[in-house]
Write a protein that binds this ligand. Structure first.
Ligand SMILES: Cc1ncc(COP(=O)(O)O)c(C=O)c1O
Length: 432
C-alpha cells in the first residue's frame, strides 16, 4: 500500500501498535509497518489518519457504515441512550424495537436472537440448524466467508496448491480439530449440478447448508439460489443465508429480497448494528424455538447467552441507521453511486485494454483482472490478484481507501467524492 505522507507522530503511534498488538495490527488489514495506517477519525464518507491524510472511504468499517461515519441521527440517538446506561444483560425496549424492525424487513425473519458478531451469528445458525435437523454435517461453499469460527475457516481461502477434491474441505487455520474438519462438506459456488449430486448422496448426514447469497462479490448465476432452495426443501435441510454483508445493503430486506429466495435461517451483522457490536440470528419460528427451553426437550434445547447480546446502545444505533435507510430513494441513491463507480472502473480499464470483470452488486463490488467471467472461488483464484493489489495501492496513494477486495458504497459518498475517485482511477490505472 502507499500513502502520501507519514508524520513522526503517526510513526510513533505505529511503533506503539507493534509493541502492544499481536502482529502490530487488529488482524483485519495489513499495510506493512512502513505504510501502516492509524485512524484519527472518520466522518461521512471520509477518513483521516494520524498523519492528516484524508481518504475517500470505500472500506466503511468493512461495510457497516452504509449511511456514512458519525451520521448525526446515529450519534444523537446513541448520545441520548448512553445516559440511561450502556448495558443491562436484560430485555430492553431498543432491542425489542430492533427485532420488530428486522421481522418487518427480512422475509425469513419470524423470530430474532441477538449476538455481538457476524462470526457468532453464523456459528449459532449452524448449531441451531443441527439441533433442529439432528444431523452433524455442514455443507458450505468454497471461498464462502462466514467469520472466524472453525467451520467457517474450512475452505475459506485455500491457495492454488491447497485446493482439495470436493467435497473434502481444506483447513484454513492452525488449531482446528480434525473432528470439525470431518464435519464440513464443500461444494463449488454456483454449481447447482454438483450440489444436487452431493445432496442426493449425502443429504441424510447433513444438518445445514450455509451460503453467502452473494459470495464475496460473486453473484449467483440465474437459478442457482432457487435450485439450492428447492434441494434444501426437498431434503428438509435448513438453508442458512449469511447476510452479514448483504443484509440491509443490497436491499432493505437483504439478498433474500433482492434475489427473491427465502432461506430458513439468516445471519445478520454489520449494517444492523449501525457501527456497534451487534449481530443477529433470525428465521423460521419453529427452528428459532430451539432457543426456548419451554418449547423444546432439554437435550435438544440450544442455550445462547451473551453479555452484550441485544445491547441497548448498539440497538439504538441500528434502529437509527435503519430509519435513515427506510427513507424514500435511499437504495436508488446507493445503487446509482455504485453503478457510477462500476462504470468508471470498467471504462478506465477498457481504455487501457486491460482484461477485467466487474463483479458484485452496485452497493458492494470489485474488479477481477481476468479475461473470462468469474463465477466461483477457483476462477477468483485464477484472476490476477497481484494486479488488483497494485490497483488498491495506487488508489491509496491518491487518497482512495479501498484496501480489501471490495468497494463498499455509502449514502454519504457525494458527487465530488465520486468525481475525485474517477480521476484517481484514471491515474492509478495508467500507473499499473
Ligand atoms: C459474509 C460474512 N459473514 C460473517 C462475517 C463475520 O462477521 P464479524 O466480523 O462481525 O464476526 C463477515 C465479516 O466480514 C462476513 O463478511
Amino acid at each position: 500500500m502507499g500513502k502520501q505522507q507519514r508524520t513522526a507522530e503517526e510513526t510513533a503511534v505505529v511503533e506503539r501498535a507493534f509493541q502492544s498488538l499481536a502482529a502490530g495490527t487488529l488482524g483485519n488489514v495489513t499495510f506493512g509497518k512502513d505504510q501502516a495506517l492509524v485512524v484519527r477519525e472518520a466522518r461521512g464518507s471520509h477518513l483521516w489518519d494520524f498523519s492528516g491524510n484524508e481518504y475517500i472511504d470505500y472500506l466503511l468499517g468493512s461495510g457497516p457504515m452504509v449511511i456514512g461515519h458519525a451520521h448525526p441521527d446515529v450519534t444523537e440517538a446513541v448520545a441520548a441512550a448512553l445516559d440511561k446506561g450502556s448495558t443491562y444483560f436484560l430485555t430492553n425496549l431498543p432491542a425489542i424495537e430492533l427485532a420488530e424492525e428486522i421481522i418487518r424487513a427480512v422475509p425469513c425473519a419470524e423470530k430474532v436472537r441477538f449476538t455481538t458478531s457476524g462470526t457468532d451469528a453464523t456459528f449459532q445458525c449452524l448449531r441451531l440448524a443441527r439441533a433442529y435437523r439432528k444431523r452433524d454435517l455442514v455443507l458450505k461453499f468454497e471461498g464462502g466467508f462466514h467469520g472466524m469460527h472453525d467451520y467457517s475457516l474450512m475452505s475459506l481461502a485455500p491457495r492454488a496448491g491447497q485446493l482439495g477434491e470436493f467435497p473434502a474441505p481444506a483447513s484454513g487455520s492452525g488449531g482446528i480439530p480434525r473432528a470439525v474438519q470431518e464435519t464440513v462438506l464443500v461444494a463449488p459456488y454456483n454449481d447447482l449440478q454438483y450440489t444436487a449430486d452431493l445432496l442426493a448422496k449425502r443429504h441424510d448426514e447433513i444438518g445445514a447448508v450455509i451460503i453467502e447469497p452473494m459470495q464475496r462479490v460473486l453473484t449467483p448465476v440465474p437459478g442457482f439460489l432457487q435450485g439450492l432452495r428447492e434441494l434444501c426443501t426437498r431434503y428438509e435441510i435448513p438453508l442458512i443465508f449469511d447476510e452479514v454483508v448483504t443484509g440491509f445493503r443490497v436491499a432493505y430486506g437483504g439478498a433474500q429480497e433482492y434475489y427473491d429466495v427465502q432461506p430458513d435461517l439468516c445471519a445478520l451483522g454489520k449494517v444492523v448494528g449501525g457501527g456497534f457490536a451487534l449481530a443477529a440470528v433470525c428465521g423460521r419460528a419453529d427452528i428459532m424455538d430451539y432457543y426456548d427451553p419451554a418449547a423444546i426437550a432439554s437435550n435438544d434445547f440450544v442455550p445462547m447467552i451473551g453479555t452484550l447480546s441485544g445491547n441497548p446502545i448498539a440497538s439504538v444505533a441500528g434502529l437509527a441507521t435503519l430509519q435513515v435507510l427506510r427513507q424514500p430513494g435511499q437504495y436508488e441513491k446507493l445503487f446509482a453511486n455504485g453503478r457510477r463507480l462500476m462504470a468508471a472502473v470498467h471504462e478506465t480499464l477498457g481504455q487501457h485494454e486491460i482484461p477485467h470483470q466487474i463483479s458484485g452488486e452496485p452497493p458492494c463490488f470489485d474488479v477481477y483482472f481476468s479475461p473470462t467471467p468469474v463465477t466461483n472461488y477457483r476462477e477468483h483464484l485464477a484472476a490476477d490478484g497481484a494486479r488488483a493489489a497494485r490497483l488498491c495501492a495506487a488508489l491509496m496513494r491518491r487518497n482512495i481507501l479501498k484496501p480489501g477486495q471490495k468497494f463498499y458504497l455509502s449514502l454519504a459518498h457525494t458527487n465530488e467524492d465520486l468525481a475525485a475517485t474517477e480521476q484517481a482511477l484514471r491515474e492509478a490505472v495508467a500507473e499499473i
